[in-house]
Ligand binder design. Structure first.
Ligand SMILES: [Zn+2]
Length: 78
């Protein structure tokens, strides 16, 4: 007596797509070529933002060494 084992093949397996994050710049669907952005434009925008932040250094003011009132003889003799 042998039982018949019915092996059920697991079919219909749904492979979930990679959750695509929206473009951080405009919120559109990101493109694989410009991941994580949607286009080169948004990639450039982000790059510019980054560069601006990197170059946003405090302005260095020139030293106060403009002494012009030295050696000025006002000799008024009357
Ligand atoms: Zn975008």
């Amino acid at each position: 007596m042998s039982g018949q084992g019915g092996a059920k093949a697991a079919g219909g397996k749904v492979v979930p797509l990679r959750a695509s994050r929206p473009c951080p710049i405009c919120g559109k669907k990101s493109a694989p070529e410009f991941h994580p952005f949607c286009s080169k434009h948004c990639a450039d925008v982000d790059l510019n933002r980054w560069l601006k932040g990197a170059y946003a250094i405090p302005a260095v003011e020139p030293p106060d060494e403009w002494d012009e009132g030295a050696g000025r003889g006002d000799g008024e003799q009357d």
